[in-house]
Design a protein around this ligand. Sequence first.
Ligand code: GTP
Ligand code: MG
Length: 322
Amino acid sequence: MSHSLDEQVENICSGDRRAVARAISQVENGGPSSIPLLKTLFHKAGRAFVIGITGSPGAGKSTLVEKLATEYRRQNKRVGIVAVDPTSPFSGGAILGDRIRMQALANDDGAYIRSMATRGQLGGLAPAAYDATLILDAAGCDVVLIETVGVGQDEVEIARLADATVVMLVPGMGDDIQTFKAGIMEIADLFVINKADQPGAEQVKNEIKLMLSVAPRSADWQTPILKTVATTGEGVCGLVEAVESFRHFLESHPMGADRRRERARLHLLALLRQRLFERVARQQFDKQSIDRYVGDILERLRDPHSIVEEIMEASGFRSGSV
Ligand SMILES: Nc1nc2c(ncn2[C@@H]2O[C@H](COP(=O)(O)OP(=O)(O)OP(=O)(O)O)[C@@H](O)[C@H]2O)c(=O)[nH]1
Ligand SMILES: [Mg+2]
């Protein structure tokens, strides 16, 4: 290990917030320099409990995350927060809002707050969020909270990184629950109905109950449905307790080990996919050559399979080997 890497790892593991922030930027930018760092940090991590919090835009995720983090800090736990916002063109503003809201945590040495809004990165957001979580874990965070807007595939993938996934709904969502059902509802370990100070919370609860009764998951874990008012902190302690119960459940139930295995498998496959693609892309791809290939396909001069084989061969893969 080089001297500077040694030092960087030491600073991260001692919980130095600037070192942590720099390391996350480094992996977010995705350069090859982050790989030796991630290799080393892997052996320093593995303790943090990762909680994914997902819900529709404006559901109150950031407000709740801040209250959760404050409660964990009260219990003297070190907390990392990763807010992932791949969709919003206004994320700059939202993140600024979060910063102001999270002022108390921003001045707390036991709390680490990070937003990620990178789009179009080769590896996608899920691997970047995974790496950020690894860094926070190595930095000594007991809990890492990942906030995502629950709208797309990215979020489902990020939810798979978490030990516990909290899906947040709000009163008056109506048809949204139907849309949510498609991908996000299935991944909930806990449901939270936030903005319970507004009318209709009980109705949402009944809709979730109905949904759970027709699509039961693990027979051993009763998915709780909790109500919160994130702005006042009402219900937050109950949520922390419910998450703690789920954590105990995972420790003693095969589901816990299954999830860890599945997560390691998905991450390994994602990395392999990314590295293979990078290898080919670095050597063979620029926009012009892609456009040329696409033109050939459109004019039916060549079929895409032959083109892929040609690209792979030119990248050093023997023909027929893949
Ligand atoms: N009445 C009420 N308002 C709330 C509650 N929780 C959050 N809000 C308000 O809802 C708005 C959105 O809250 P955020 O925490 O930014 O929501 P978010 O889900 O993080 O939003 P995005 O990250 O932009 O998707 C803010 O004005 C909050 O003050 C609640 O329990 N009750
Ligand atoms: Mg937010």
